[in-house]
Design a protein around this ligand. Sequence first.
Ligand code: SF4
Length: 353
Amino acid sequence: LLPDPKNFRRLLLAWYKKNQRDLPWRKNTDPYRVLVSELMLQQTQVKTVLPYYSKFLTRFPNARALAAASQESVLASWAGLGYYRRARFLHAAAKAVAKQGFPQSAEGLLDLPGVGAYTAAAVGSISFGLPLAVVDGNVIRVLSRVLALDKDPTTGQGKRELDSAAQALLDPSHPGDFNQALMELGALICAQTKPRCEACPLAAHCLAFRGKTQESYPRLPTPVSTLKIHKSIALITKGANVLAMPRTLSGRAGDEGRMLGYWHFPELELKKGERPEAMAIHLAGENAKLKIRLASFLHSITRYRIKVDAYLFTSEKALKGWRWIGLRELHSKPLASAERRLLKALVAFGSKD
Ligand code: SF4
């Protein structure tokens, strides 16, 4: 049961005009700016993205500037945002755009590295006025409720029904604003829990609201459970240098397989019953002397909950394949958040020592 599209669009767009947030990627519809924002916003909250977006745009103001940058500097600007594969895709997409210009069709956009149906629809509708409906998590939630969709909206028949409803409701004369309005409504009003239906412009069209069943939609499968990992890390120092190197092979914990190029320290994933200190000593090798347990913390990457125990050693001899690097120099390299935290602890310890 589809609401009347004309009325739906009118109410939604009028609400958006009054209530949209002032976000930096909405300043203009330049496709490069939109692409950067869409990739940064995947699986990441707006408030987390904001400072990264401004810094990234200052450093790489257009596709040409990004294409000309080294991979290391791109990764360094992304460090801390997570899902690092996005940075590499964005870099590759910028190289393609710098060569051939920005594609202005859905097919052309889909050919860019890292651009799937969602990102192509977002950039295509916002920057080029293409009539492509965006279906992200917010849109899934709003439309599942409006339609009281009784199927899983992310797969099979449920997905097809939701995609075709989104496409039928899309305003072909303002596709970019319509898509952003629906996403904004999901972000600001139609929240996962306690949606603010009294402030919602679509309440008159919403079957879930009518049936007071808002929170039972969307009918998503139970989320994948989290995985726990315990890691032991050895920070082996010689004067003001520490042993580190960029990741080359896929790790197993979290999305480290996608973190190629990010610098890290010798580390081991512990098996059941293994003691972190004993494993760190094993990692550091017989030439190293254990000083202290430097840090112990929990951090999360995607569905992994990782406990980190890090130990500080001194040694005169490098481990095979690892290189001595000055702490200051390491600071300028691409570092994921756990490694950045360890480097900070190392610097703080050094200044006390
Ligand atoms: S009426 Fe409530 S449940 Fe329905 S779309 Fe609006 S906020 Fe969401």
